[in-house]
Design a protein around this ligand. Sequence first.
Ligand code: AMP
Length: 245
Amino acid sequence: MATATKQLKKAARIILIGAPGVGKGTQTKRLLDRFPQLGAISSGDLLRENVRKRTPLGIQAESIMQSGNLVPDSVMLELISSELISRGWLLPPQSSSSSSSSPSAKPSISRTASFILDGFPRTAAQASMLDEIVPINFAVHLLTPPSVIISRIASRWVHEPSGRVYNTDFNPPKVPGKDDVTGEPLTQRADDSIDTWKQRLKQFEESSKPLLDHYEAKGCLWRVEGNSSDEISPKLFAEIERRFA
Ligand code: AMP
């Protein structure tokens, strides 16, 4: 989808909250195209990168992810804050001579950084931890009926080596089960199987209520509904422009 770009005048620190498969990744990509000042961190992508590289954290997270459960909060916070620091959006604690031994020295947020966190925080505990370092000012709740998501997941296939994604309903490969470019076999993402998805949806429903309440109480929660990403994107763009452009 080709989009005109827009400038943001105020720093936007956005999180996307939604059931697995609702299209958080798709919305993130579109927002990055629309608002070039935005950057993004996806907790799922960061974890999958660690699994691929066989880091100690990745090895620990792999079986948890495959079973559809959540990686422990402390592991997630460490992962996200080090990524925020490496992107320059979070500045490491200042070590001034008078306060160098202060145990309360905390990293501080870059005042101009605008970004999207996709998939983090996932629980109210993670949100409280994040509040300490990053004041989120726009929490988006993406809503699509579960029956619509389930049919989308069942039809999603990927070519692992290239990351090319197919959908047997609206973007099928030329030869069923084969990548268009290489002819290699297509697979379904290990955590995309319907049973795992149902487990993840249950997790999401249990953990998201307190998370949504958390941001509602802060006055920055906004809901958007649609049966497809194409229905949701224009509404999301308009709201971000209203608040930040
Ligand atoms: P995602 O790609 O966002 O659906 O994440 C895939 C899997 O990574 C999830 O099912 C969890 O096991 C794990 N994960 C991602 N983000 C988090 C998080 N914020 N807290 C705990 N686990 C997470």
